[in-house]
Design a protein around this ligand. Structure first.
Ligand SMILES: [Zn+2]
Length: 394
């Protein structure tokens, strides 16, 4: 039997929730897992040492669209891949660029072949197709590559969504074919070869279908037909009602292949992630912890607080008295508020660090609860506690 690029095993299930282990050629990842987002080769405001040591991130995300535009594939190749360029030895998942092409670029022209667009940086003409996306992600050298898909608007109608998911299915097939050619042409890296992994990249498919449950089923069927190492749910948290997202998750996640990792792309809040874990999702990424960190918004076990609020000026308590991160061990809300008000960059850095630690701790607690067979009570208690006090200063 040919060795696989990744190994995924589920140790315990509790209802639909699963606790397991995802092994790549570079790291062993306990699931459910949150993957910090390193958009342009950096998790904004946070040093890699902190990600490794204290936050203990085993996998981060890189954005193909951003890295393709700057510094460009040639520069990444010159440095022998994204890991060496950014100096990160653990796993990386790269998205396909599709979502950013549709959300950031200007003058887009979508055809069967791919997407022509103008760079949001300098207006220069660019083109990404399934094949080009696979070539960029091959140069990046990520452990997990995503297929190139089209992401319709969250409130897209049934007909438009159906046309879109059929294009996504054809692109999934083309992504798979080009990916396989590139893998066959490449050299095995030999990472963990003794442990039965191929050393190659893994490819995940993406299920679309907006808020239409029948189309989610259809998209899932078409994606599984092509066959991938893991499966993602795309096109959520893109403007649809929260109840629609939860309905889609409840409908789709349990139907996804049980033996493969399930990844919910770009979601979300602690409540969204706990809800998704309850439906059987294993992997998450979202910019919220670092984006909120930069605006002074901190997650706590009692709800979100905004450090800009004047009531924190003389507050000697840490951001979250229950948090064990080094920011909470050392600094008061009053000091962090002062840094924010003074425009000190440390405010963004320290709050982003706390938020990423909070997300990592939430995933750790969820894994323990699943293993102890009490996930649904844990999720309800945690979500309940987070809405106990509304101290959001915004
Ligand atoms: Zn903390």
């Amino acid at each position: 039997m040919t060795a696989k690029p990744i190994d995924f095993s589920i140790a315990v299930t509790d209802g639909n929730a699963r606790a397991g282990t995802l092994r790549t050629r570079r790291s062993v990842i306990d699931t459910p897992v949150f993957m910090p987002v390193g958009t342009q080769g950096s998790v904004k405001g946070v040093r890699f040492e902190w990600l490794e040591d204290e936050i203990d991130a085993r996998i981060i995300l890189g954005n193909t669209y951003h890295l393709f535009l700057r510094p460009g594939t040639d520069a990444i190749r010159h440095f022998l891949g994204l890991h060496k360029f950014i100096s990160w030895e653990r796993s990386i998942l790269t998205d396909s660029g599709g979502f950013q092409v549709f959300s950031l670029s200007e003058r887009r022209k979508l055809t069967e072949e791919g997407v022509e667009f103008s760079s949001h940086l300098d207006g220069s003409p660019c083109f990404i197709s399934p094949e080009v996306s696979m070539e960029i992600q091959s140069a990046l050298g990520s452990e997990i590559v995503m297929v190139f898909d089209e992401c319709p608007a969250g409130d897209a109608g049934h007909d438009a969504t159906k046309i879109s998911l059929e294009l996504t299915a054809r692109w999934a097939k083309r992504s798979r074919e080009r990916f396989d050619e590139l893998q066959a042409a490449g050299q095995d890296t030999g990472f963990l070869a003794s442990e039965g992994l191929s050393g190659r990249q893994a490819l995940f498919g993406i299920v679309q279908g907006a808020g239409h449950l029948d189309l989610r089923s259809e998209s899932l069927e078409k994606t599984v037909e092509v066959g991938f190492d893991g499966y993602a749910i795309g096109g959520l948290s893109v403007g649809e009602e929260k109840s629609v997202m939860y309905d889609v998750l409840a409908h789709t996640a349990p139907q996804m292949p049980a033996g493969s990792p399930r990844y919910l792309m770009g979601v979300g809040t602690p409540e969204d992630m706990l809800t998704a874990i309850g439906h059987g999702v294993d992997m998450f990424d979202c910019v919220i912890p670092t984006r909120n960190g930069r605006t002074g918004s901190a997650f706590t076990s009692r709800g979100k607080i905004n450090i800009r609020n004047a009531k924190f000026a003389l507050d000697g308590a840490p951001l979250d008295p229950e948090c064990e991160c080094s920011v909470c061990a050392r600094h008061s809300r009053g000091y962090l508020r002062h840094l924010y008000q003074a425009g000190e960059m440390a405010a963004a850095t320290l709050i982003s660090h706390h938020n990423l630690y909070f997300y990592a701790s939430l995933m750790r607690a969820a894994r323990i609860a699943i293993r102890q067979g009490r996930f649904s009570a844990f999720a309800a208690d945690t979500i309940g506690a987070m809405s106990e006090i509304d101290v959001n200063g915004v």
